[in-house]
Design a protein around this ligand. Structure first.
Ligand code: EPU
Length: 426
């Protein structure tokens, strides 16, 4: 199993290019199931998760043309050979569940394994299923699979989500575009990836308005066609590198960055005393911290435009070194503080009480072996390792490979001492 070895304490300087967004790419790839024509994605990140999904799509009969090393990927769902997404593939990655809506909408039936829970929480899919039922689908859950049918096709519906869900909003959109009539999604999630999905669906001939706002209206159409769509830049990757620079010190410019999508983080970083210069038109964010100690800032995670849960672990790593006490509240997932005990191994002072972590800043962290528990938790350990004195070894980095493209290359490119080594965990 690969590990990362990081020798911390080196300021970072230079430029980091931001890749396409994992959490947009996964829904966009599912959208390719909606049309018999090829759909091409540019700026497609090469990650374990996008690879898993392309394998599942191939199992369904989608032709995938994605040459090694290329960020352009073409998916052709002209003729599907199966509408069954098996457990072995869905269990590897929850977002695989997103093939249900497009298959149901285009073929009138689908059988997709339930994704199950994961380390950060139970993560049910009840809102997804209620949305399909509202559109007239018959659903049964048997032997761990959702068996869905809409023999006479899906019908547009009024769907009021009881709380905000990114996945349910996107999944309902992926089905409603081919339903008969109008679907209105109320209390929809407003994440930028939803606007990206709406843009791609519209380029395929769909009629979606309000994507990225709390009310999304979809006029169903009979068929969709192929298109070429650029995957939006990854705001979580950009935010992560911004915090790596803030923690380690230095001066780095992020390019191809989604500036507007990161305002909750850039505000918190400025409050902490980090220099943040953004240029929306150029898509750049300059992050600098030279000398001065960070100041403690408290954050509460919330659906967009609030502080993203996917940046909470990284922000906690940063706050371990701030002057003062920071309170970090996790309001989206019930078990997303697994990085706290690992950060403590580096000398951080963190007390977790329910969904609240109280971080008392320390002057220095010291390198230690640590264990990655999930994607964002693992990168928070990388951030802490970059700021710590001495060597940090991050084990179980397959979590990192799910969501960060060329992490070591990008960080070494700005002067970090980070390398991947093979072999058993110690
Ligand atoms: N929820 C339900 N029922 C549902 C759907 C959601 O109870 O049917 C709950 C969840 O358990 C959670 C809350 O609602 O407590 C919000 O979940 P949401 O549906 O918004 O999250 P998601 O769609 O499953 C996506 C991202 C996550 C990110 C969240 C929140 C993808 C593939 N995943 O998950 O990303 O944390 O939105 O922004 O887009 C990550 O990339 O590391 C990651 C976990």
């Amino acid at each position: 199993m690969d590990r990362l070895k990081i020798t911390g304490g080196k300021p970072l300087s230079g430029t980091i290019p931001i890749s396409g967004a994992k959490n947009s790419a996964l829904k966009l790839m599912a959208a390719a199931l909606l049309t018999p024509e090829p759909v091409t994605f540019t700026n497609m990140p090469r990650l374990a998760d996008t690879r898993f999904l392309s394998q599942l799509l191939q199992t369904l009969g989608v032709e995938v043309y994605w040459p090694k090393g290329d960020s352009e990927c073409r998916l052709n769902a002209a003729e599907l050979t199966s509408t069954i997404a098996p457990y072995e593939q869905v269990r590897k990655m929850r977002a695989s569940f997103n093939v249900l809506g497009p298959l149901l909408a285009r073929y009138g039936h689908a059988t997709v394994s339930l994704p199950g829970g994961c380390a950060i929480g139970a993560r049910p899919v009840d809102l997804h299923l209620k949305a399909f039922e509202a559109m007239g689908a018959d659903l049964v859950v048997e032997e761990g699979y959702v068996k869905a049918a809409a023999i006479r096709g899906l019908k547009g519906a009024q769907i009021n989500f009881p709380f905000v869900s990114v996945g349910a909003t996107e999944h309902a959109m992926l089905a409603a575009v081919l339903a008969e009539g109008e679907t209105v999604l109320e209390n929809a999630a407003r994440e930028p990836e939803i606007a990206d999905l709406a843009d791609c669906l519209n380029a395929m001939g769909a009629k979606v308005s309000g994507g990225g706002t709390a009310t999304v209206t979809i006029q169903g159409v009979e068929t969709l066609h192929g298109t070429t769509h650029p995957v939006m830049p990854d705001r979580i990757e950009a935010g992560t590198y911004a915090m790596a620079v803030a923690a380690a010190g230095g001066d780095v410019t992020l390019t191809n960055a989604p500036v507007a999508a990161l305002s909750a983080l850039t505000g918190a970083l400025r409050d902490a005393g980090v220099t943040v210069e953004t240029d929306k038109a150029a898509g750049t964010i300059r992050i600098a911290r030279n000398g001065r100690r960070l100041q403690a800032v408290s954050v509460d995670t919330a659906p967009h435009p609030g502080f993203p849960t996917d940046l909470q672990a990284q922000f906690m790593a940063l706050m371990t070194l701030a002057e003062g006490t920071s309170v970090i509240r996790e309001n989206i997932f019930e078990n997303r503080f697994m990085h706290a005990p690992e950060l403590s191994r580096l000398g951080a002072n963190i007390a977790v009480r329910g969904h609240e972590a109280i971080v008392k800043g320390v002057e220095t962290l010291k390198g230690a072996p640590v264990m990655a528990t999930d994607l964002r938790a693992s990168v928070s350990l990388v951030i802490a390792g970059l700021a710590a004195q001495g060597e940090t070894e991050v084990n179980r980095i397959y979590h990192l490979d799910r969501g960060f493209e060329k992490l070591e290359e990008k960080l070494s490119g700005v002067g970090a001492d980070i390398r991947r080594v093979g072999g058993e965990e110690e």
